[in-house]
Design a protein around this ligand. Sequence first.
Ligand code: PMV
Length: 308
Amino acid sequence: MTTQSAPGKVILFGEHAAVYGRPAIAVPVTQVQATATVQDQPRGSGCFISAPDVNHAFRLADAPDQDPLAAIVYETLTHLGAPEPDVTITLRSTIPIASGMGSGAAVSTAIARALAEHLGRPLDADTLSALVFEVERLHHGTPSGIDNTVITRSQPVFFVKDRLVETFAVKSPLHLIIGDTGIPSSTKDVVGDVRAAREERLEHYDSLFRQIGQITVMARGAIVAGELYALGALMDGNHWLLYQLGVSSPEIERLVQAARQADALGAKLSGAGRGGNVIALVQQDTQEAAAEAMRQAGAKNVIATIVS
Ligand code: PMV
């Protein structure tokens, strides 16, 4: 029996602009995890996939068209040149779905990791990331690749599409509160809407993306230097640009305002927007107040995490 996990993630800076080649910063969230277990079955049983959390169970051979769990199994087997194994793959996940925490990429990562290891052929991070990216394309259409990159590496990344991944040191630990609006966010739809809006007002949108890129570069500097006040202000600035992109919502604004009023150093939406999560940078002693303020303002779920 082989078990492997992968963390969730949040984007700290640069979402949406990342689709257009600007940098983004994303960090793993280890408080939530996807876990895959691969267990041998008698010869001739074939591969069976079970995801009890979402009441989903099927034989690989009978998988629904474009099923993402089957897709990562096929990607992995094809990469390894291995035939369908006689195993059961069981998947569990505590990562909220459709909230911008990378649940899809984490599930794929856990499955590919566990299956490859079970077959005695563990995958390196780059290969794993490339396999997961192929499945991300099924969900998202034109993903930038940020989720598979940060989740397969499980460390903070400075990401630019189609470039080598850069990691960096975090000087002072970042205390983050992640508040879920409870509204599912379809990355594919929101990215599609932004694309359509950009076509109408190319210069305006490209200027917003450029400014987001500049903030992201400054944010990396602030993280490396441990300048948390500056980092919080940069989060607020990034949120304002996302608001102008049209990807905020009244529910998001309520959580952002609540966090700021509870002395968060900065707050912004994270991920595709319209729903999903708001992240707030807090100090250790104001952490609980910020979490409570976000709950009062309508957050359905609140996660505290430390990035170091
Ligand atoms: O909502 P998430 O975490 O899947 O993030 C989407 C981030 C975007 O920049 C909007 C899209 C992408 O593929 O980078």
